[in-house]
Design a protein around this ligand. Structure first.
Ligand code: PSU
Ligand code: MN
Length: 300
């Protein structure tokens, strides 16, 4: 079983049922964003959580120990070289004493759940990949969202994934999918994928009530928050970029856990200066909505 070591600040907040927002570390590692923007993302997300009245708790595996809530020096370590750790890899990272395991959404949800933290914020979740009917590539994030008692706050998923199948998977797995003051499932850089979100919500206390009313105690909720209007990218330009990135991935023969970092890297290169500011803005915005939700849950 995972028994994460909590920072003093996170441990005190959990013990007193004060609001805490867990954050993943893959997004802040070189696997998620290029330097120095990964540092900026970390600073803006943690500040947004604090600004909303909650305690930020970054997840990671450091020196083979599962951690929730890091010191400044430890934050520094996840900005450097790191290995991607999904939920199943936590056991390996512990058993093999990895220096720095950068936790994905699925790993972060497992760690948050083990510590009794109920709100988690990220940029975008993994999903069902296009062509999954052949490759079987479905992110472990989806099962984790459905099967840990945590609310995941994200800007949907990037459109290089198969978004209709991603929504179908979440429906089958039994995870409610909510749209924050919005009727459409967001596609990360753009506010709408063109797919309706099953349920629109207006406020954090509504999300807290929905979370409290789940039929299965060990299940989660996905709260999707569209990128702020001013930061949205042009969908027609993005279409071509995503198509090219997927073709490059195929040509390079990339499979498995390497697919998402590879495609993210290609999108970053092709859109140069535009995608990074959008990514930072949506991650920060998600962190502040997550703080609101954590405050509402702590009150309820
Ligand atoms: N999507 C993004 N940015 C990311 C990721 C996904 O737009 O950084 C990362 C997250 O850590 C997510 C992981 O949990 O990729 C999913 O990887 P995979 O597709 O291999 O499950
Ligand atoms: Mn995969």
């Amino acid at each position: 079983m995972i028994a994460p070591i909590l920072s003093d600040e996170v441990a005190a907040a959990v013990a007193a049922s004060r609001p805490v927002v867990a954050l993943e570390s893959t997004i802040f590692s070189h696997l998620g964003l290029p330097s120095p923007f990964n540092r900026e993302a970390l600073e803006r997300c943690t500040a947004a959580v604090r600004g909303g009245g909650a305690v930020p708790a970054v997840t990671a595996v450091l020196d083979g120990v599962v951690r929730l809530g890091l010191s400044d020096d430890e934050h520094e370590r996840i900005l450097g070289p790191a290995r991607k750790a999904a939920e199943r890899d936590i056991a390996v990272a512990v058993g093999q004493r990895w220096d720095v395991g950068a936790t994905t959404v699925s790993a972060s949800l497992a760690i948050a759940a083990a510590a009794g933290v109920h709100v988690f914020a990220t940029g975008g979740i993994g999903g069902v990949h296009r062509g999954s009917e052949v490759t079987g590539d479905i992110s472990a994030d989806l099962d984790a969202i459905a099967s840990h008692p945590v609310i995941t706050v994200s800007a949907g998923a990037k459109a290089f994934l198969d978004l209709p199948r991603t929504l179908e998977f979440l429906e089958s797995a039994g995870a409610p999918v909510l749209g924050w003051q919005h009727d459409w499932f967001p596609a990360f850089y753009t506010r709408s994928s063109g797919l309706p979100v099953p349920h629109r919500v207006e406020a954090a206390d509504e999300v807290a009530r929905i979370f409290a009313a789940r039929s299965r105690p060990a299940s989660g909720v996905l709260l999707t928050v569209p990128i702020p209007l001013a930061d949205e990218l042009d969908p027609t330009e993005l279409d071509q970029v995503l198509t090219d990135a997927l073709a490059d991935c195929d040509r390079a023969g990339i499979v498995g856990a390497a697919v998402t970092p590879f495609v993210l890297g290609r999108i970053g290169e092709a859109t140069e200066g535009r995608s990074v500011p959008a990514n930072l803005a949506l991650a920060e915005n998600n962190a502040s909505v997550a703080a609101e939700v954590a405050v509402a849950i702590a009150r309820s």
